[in-house]
Design a protein around this ligand. Structure first.
Ligand code: SF4
Length: 397
């Protein structure tokens, strides 16, 4: 008897890695086998990223190349139906366009609706439907997160929130992944404990901005939330730091880390916890994006260069750890002076790693309304200068 098989190709971040893993788990539960041979797979899923143009271009080129595979399968045996699914960020940013232009893509599904994929795949494979597109933006079904399959048997990614409501002006995430949605802390802790029972001792918490995590309880809990750099005291709020404190109490966990932190909501409480527990990696990924206050304002980042540097000073003093960051060069209107402020932050902080990108316009974002007026040549020059600088600096750490 033919056992159906699934192949999955993932572009982008750890959030997509975990979504792909969870999907494999729910397809295996339905009796599928996992294959790396996309020529043989009944279901081919391409999990995509829209954060940068380059990532989208790579995914589109890959999806285009799958057409040959479908022709090969159909040439071999006309009765072989296949599912070619485009999922993840690009479903909502480019899905309708790809559905029209690439007839061999017969399934498009937004991040929120991934849990429905086995059902959709079945409908196509059985011939009940030829093509399906689902771009709904909903809160995910909680059971999707509990899919037990892990590619790495020693380390688990655990999603604490999806989407983002920060609306940084260059970023497409709020549009393609939706507004910030939070999981109940009890569900997160239960998922972590389940992983521990399977022998996993290293946990990475995932969120587009983990520091935005909070949960409102109606009891007398007394917590503090940092919003836009301001402390908001509310007796019913369970914060990201509270969540970490709960995980810190679980003896079997050997290592905890988390990505990604936003400087605007990162609290000194977090640093004290990182410093005082052996379980936390003494490393923080803290994207600063630009060192120019004018550009930071245009980016809607919610902090200034001085505030960022002061946060870094506190981190170094309290945690005594290392830092990494993300930087964008060539944001609209960025002058040489703005760029020199960015260079200055790299020189002052001395990051262990810096992921330096050239600005590219993302559809529907606020910055797409600004003229992309820094020439490609200039973006490349600034990019090169920072890459060379970072290479030298990281050698000294
Ligand atoms: S914090 Fe800003 S850059 Fe990060 S996902 Fe949210 S909108 Fe995008």
């Amino acid at each position: 008897m033919h056992r159906r098989s699934i192949a999955i190709v993932t572009f982008g971040c750890q959030m997509n890695d975990r979504d792909s893993e969870a999907l494999v788990g729910i397809f295996l539960d339905k009796g599928y086998i996992l294959t790396e041979d996309i020529y043989q797979a009944d279901v081919i899923l391409v999990n995509t990223c829209s954060v940068r143009k380059h990532a989208e271009d790579r995914a589109i080129s890959f999806i285009g190349s799958i057409r040959k595979i479908i022709e090969y399968r159909q040439g071999k045996n006309n009765s072989l139906r296949s599912v070619v699914g485009l999922i993840g960020c690009m479903a909502r940013s480019r899905g309708e366009e790809i559905f029209k232009k690439m007839p061999h893509v017969n399934l498009i599904c937004s991040s929120a609706m991934l849990y429905k994929l086995p059902e959709y795949a079945e409908e196509i494979l059985k011939g009940d439907k030829d093509r399906i597109i689902d771009l709904e933006d909903n809160k995910r079904e909680e059971w999707f997160y509990h899919s037990p399959f892990r590619f790495d048997k020693n380390h688990a990614y655990v999603v604490i929130s999806t989407g983002c409501s920060n609306y940084c002006s260059y970023c497409v995430v709020p549009y393609v992944r939706g507004e910030l949605r939070l999981r109940d802390p009890q569900d997160i802790i239960e998922e972590v404990k389940k992983n521990i029972s399977l022998g996993i001792k290293k946990i990475t918490l995932l969120g587009q901005n983990v520091n935005d995590y909070y949960y409102i309880y109606s009891d007398n809990y007394s917590g503090v939330r940092i919003l836009g750099g301001e402390e908001i005291k509310d007796k019913n709020i369970f914060s990201f730091v509270d969540l970490l404190k709960e995980l810190d109490k679980i003896d079997e966990i050997e290592e905890i880390d988390f990505i990604t932190s936003h400087p605007k909501n990162t609290s000194r409480d977090l640093f004290y916890l990182m410093a005082n527990s052996k379980k936390f990696k003494k490393h923080l990924h803290l994207p600063f994006q630009s060192g120019s206050d004018r550009i930071l304002k245009l980016m809607n980042r919610g902090y200034t260069k001085d505030k960022y540097l002061s946060l870094v000073d506190d981190f170094k003093m309290i945690v005594k750890g290392t830092l990494s960051t993300d930087v964008i060069v060539g944001f609209p209107t960025e002058t040489e002076d703005d760029f020199l402020h960015t260079k200055d932050v790299l020189e002052k902080v001395k990051f262990k790693y810096a992921y330096i990108f050239k600005y590219s316009v993302r559809q529907n974002t606020q910055s797409a309304k600004l003229e992309d007026d820094v020439s490609q040549g200039e973006k490349e020059r600034r990019h090169r200068i920072l890459l060379e600088l970072q290479k030298r600096l990281s050698l000294s750490i």
